[in-house]
Design a protein. Structure first.
Ligand code: 5GP
Ligand code: ZN
Length: 141
């Protein structure tokens, strides 16, 4: 646990997030400024900065969740396509220094460049994040 890390705080339930999946090693929650609605971040609970620091066994657990949650995001948003993206270090555009995978649904003509993370963020309307979180959770069952 890194005391100044926002994702450690989310993992420790010190600050709220729309959590769509969790187990003993891995957590998945809605990105607060989604590229498209249903944009999820998947993290190991333990604090590592980049992909290279993550032990292989933990990475395997994270990858399984990325796959499982990707399917649920598609079902929940009725999208057919999605990107999985991941940045390591400042120059690569990593803003939160707790390793994470982005999953975001893609729609024809949504204007996002493939895998582009530097994008105008959308805003959830009242109750909308809760509804999408619920749909993703249900799609995981
Ligand atoms: P990066 O640029 O580091 O790959 O992505 C960090 C992501 O974390 C951004 O897409 C940003 O919107 C998201 N983010 C930053 N702070 C918070 C937060 O407090 N809660 C949630 N749910 N997402 C956050
Ligand atoms: Zn952390």
């Amino acid at each position: 646990m890194e005391s100044s890390c926002i994702f450690c705080k989310i993992a420790g339930k010190e600050i709220p997030a729309s959590i769509v999946y969790e187990d003993s090693k891995v957590l998945a929650f809605l990105d607060i400024s989604p590229a498209n609605k249903g944009h999820v971040l998947v993290i190991p609970r333990q604090h590592y900065v980049t992909l290279l620091e993550v032990p292989d066994s933990t990475l395997a657990e994270v990858a399984k969740v990325v796959k499982k949650v990707s399917g649920a995001v598609l079902k929940a948003t009725k999208a057919k396509d999605f990107n999985v993206a991941q940045s390591n270090g400042n120059s690569a555009g990593q803003e939160v220094m707790h390793v994470h995978f982005h999953i975001f649904p893609r729609f024809k003509g949504d204007g996002l460049l493939a895998g582009r993370l530097n994008r105008p963020a959308l805003v959830y309307e009242d109750g909308e994040a809760k509804e999408i979180m619920k749909r993703i959770r249900e799609a995981l069952i």
